[in-house]
Each structure stands twice: as C-alpha cells, then as structure tokens.
Design a protein around this ligand. Structure first.
Ligand SMILES: [Zn+2]
Length: 402
C-alpha cells in the first residue's frame, strides 16, 4: 500500500476525541481505528502488535542481526482528530494545484489570499476536504508515514536497523495522549512524534504553562443602602484584570513572547471567578509571571482585606527543551535525515504544549517532526502527496543504521 492509500483509508474512520468525556479513550470510536491499526501492524509482521484496553496501539521491530545493542528508537503519532471541527464522513479529494483558489464545494474554497503558502505547491497533488469536515492529516498523515516506513523496513531485510518501537495514542487533541502511555513497555531511548505541520518542521521547544483560577469574594447588600458596605466582587475582579500587562496577551505576542490569557470570567456582586493561563518558553520568565500574579493578589488583599482574592495556581506543563538539550543528536539526526531527502529543516518553537513535551518529562526525550499537513483543525486542511512521501523517506532514514 502507498502512503497515500493508507492515509485515505485512515481518514475514513471518524475519530474525534471529546473533552467532556471522562473515559479512556474519550470516544469509543477511536478504538475501531485502533483495532484496524494493530491488525495492520500484525499483518506486516511487526512483533507484539496490539491495542491495550485504553486504546493505545503498540508494536515492535527487532534489530537487524548484530545491531541488538543499538538504542531503541520510538515513533509516535495520534489517532484522534480535533473535536473543534467535524471528522464525520470525511470525503477527501486529490487535486492537482494549478494556482489560484481551490474550490472545495459550491460555497467553500481554500483562498490563495488567505493561505499564500499554497503558492509553494504549484503543480503538486494536494489532498483536500469537501469543505464540510476537517481532513485529519493531523495526525493520520503521521500514522500513514510511520506505517509506510515500517512496511519498507520489514520488506527490505538487507536494510540494517536497530530496535524500533511504534505507538499510536488516542486523545492527543484533548491533551491526554500521554496520560496512559506505557513508557516502560515502549522502552525506547528516545522518540519522535510525527505530528507537526509543514514539511521540514522540527519542534523541540514548547511553552511552559500554568493555569490560574482566581476567586473574588464580595459582600452584597441592597444597592440602595450599600454605601461604604458593599464589596462588589465583579468590580474587584475587573480591577485585577485591568492590572495585567495590556500588551502581553495572545493577540499581541508571537515567537518567543509569553503572555497572560484571560480565558473566561463569570460572577456577580457576591462572587466572581476568572480563569487565566500563563505561557512562556523561558522558565525564568515563566516563574516571574507566576510571581507577578501572586504579588497582585497579595497587594489587592492588602487593600480589600485578606481572603477577598483567593488564588489557585498550578503548573500544567514545561518546555521540553531542557530535556532535549542534553541529547541534541536526536535533533541533528532529524535534520540530517531531512537534508538527505532535499527537505530544508526548519526549527520552530511551539506556541502551545505537546504530548512529546510530557513524554520528555516522563523520561522519553521526544521532539516533534512535520507530517507535511497544513491548516490543521480546519475545513481548509490539506496535505501535499509529495510531502507525505518525503516524510516517509525521512522516517526510514531515521530508523536505519547506515
Ligand atoms: Zn496532532
């Protein structure tokens, strides 16, 4: 099977995850694809290929003779798609890009003016949607590329390689892909998630993240007789929010600039609550941002009375860079593998978190590589066929010992 055939098969499975669900996987339908993938690995001759009760698919390829002591390298992708856009009844089309806009349906098109990146793919075959759903290249392209590389390795016994481990996780899109990942079973020295965007991307820096929940306790009295007595929680909360640095929000930052993001507020005179997330690539600046929030709260409690502002702040995840830096050969190998294939590596900092970051802190250094897909989580999502083929070759080189 070609990587494109594989990909088209996988996107026919609806595997949206669901943030509201408390089960693992969050949606039972993910296991239907999981079972299919485990069977496919089995049929290729991958050892111990199976899906566990949480929907994680694992498989192992023993080393070529004489290379048993080489480090085991892991390759990871995720089977779920973002719940933000429907993944039901995906009807992909392959179009040859001749320039201009790409019509997806009578009313929807991928506009060159919105996505000037299209110009880079002139003359190439692109897989697009019918304008009603996402495509699911995030991350079924990652699975198709890894599986096609595995097939090549198994069908070409002359190609020398060390031990290889494969894992396909559920629920990455809702931040739970690492939750039940069995690091011990996987037992790799390092890994790559194949879950990035444009061909050539290498990511090993992500945000440090913390979440803040601030509760304001007010005192409510009939507004007619409230003078010098009412403590309006809604107004106190807005005072707190007005003290956050105006330019340090997601709408005013990019690259390595961190931010405070007010996600939602609710409340009345008696009680008001705000949820905020803090993000920064730099650990020291991240700690300073948390300190800033603590200082604001203690200042305001000084003014309005202890217990008026109640702060609940917790770290969500950390920048994986500190776990990758001692093993930069992982990044160098990825760059080399890309260059050998005429792909220009481009190191980009993720303005978010990744499962790879969490795995890195669980003991499996795990940067993220491109799939070749573009416009993830959108009806405008597409992937160039050639990019998938190139990434398959990149993965083969990473698996091999030359
Ligand atoms: Zn993804």
């Amino acid at each position: 099977m070609t990587v494109t055939e594989r990909f088209l098969k996988y996107v026919s499975f609806d595997t949206s995850s669901d943030e509201e669900s408390e089960t693992t996987p969050s949606t039972a339908k993910q296991k239907i694809l999981g079972e299919y993938l485990a069977k496919e690995l089995c049929e290729m001759g991958v050892e111990n290929a199976h899906m566990d009760s949480d929907g994680y698919v694992y498989g192992f390829i023993p080393a070529s003779k004489g290379l048993e002591n080489e480090p085991r390298i892991g390759f990871i992708a995720h089977m779920d798609t973002s719940p933000a856009v429907s993944g039901e009844n995906v009807r992909p089309k392959i179009v040859k890009y001749e320039g201009g806009d790409i019509p997806l349906s009578e009313t929807v098109s991928i506009k060159l003016s919105d996505y000037p990146i299209l110009a880079d793919y002139l003359g190439e075959e692109l897989i697009v949607t019918d304008g009603n759903t996402l495509l699911g290249a995030d991350d079924k392209a990652g699975i198709a590329e890894i599986f096609s590389a595995v097939e090549y390795i198994i069908n070409n016994p002359d190609v020398k390689h060390g031990p290889i481990a494969i894992a396909i996780t559920p629920d990455e899109e809702i931040g739970r892909g690492a939750d039940k990942f069995d690091i011990e079973k996987f037992s790799a020295a390092w890994g790559y998630t194949i879950d990035g965007g444009e061909l050539g991307e290498i990511e090993y820096e992500n945000f440090n993240g913390a979440s803040v929940r601030l509760t304001v306790n007010g005192i409510n009295i009939h507004p007619g007789s409230a003078k010098n007595k009412m403590k309006n929680a809604a107004l106190l909360l807005s005072e707190f929010i007005s003290m956050l640095p105006e330019s340090e929000t997601p709408a005013h930052t990019e690259g390595y600039e961190g931010f405070y993001h007010v996600c939602d507020i609710s409340g009345n005179e008696s009680k008001a609550v705000v949820n905020i997330i803090i993000r920064d690539h730099d650990r020291e600046k991240f700690e300073n941002r948390k300190k800033f929030i603590e200082n604001l709260v203690s200042y305001l409690n000084g003014v309005y009375g202890e217990g008026t502002f109640v702060l609940d702040m917790a770290d969500s995840y950390y920048n994986m860079k500190e776990k990758i830096l001692p093993h930069m050969h992982i990044i160098d190998s990825a760059k080399e593998a890309m260059e050998k294939n005429g792909v220009t590596p481009k190191v980009v900092a993720i303005r978010g978190g990744t499962d790879g970051a969490r795995l890195s802190f669980m003991g499996l250094p795990c940067p993220n590589l491109s799939t070749g897909g573009i416009n993830f989580h959108s009806i405008h999502e597409f992937i160039p066929v050639k990019s998938m083929e190139k990434m398959t070759e990149v993965i083969i080189i990473l698996m091999c010992k030359d």
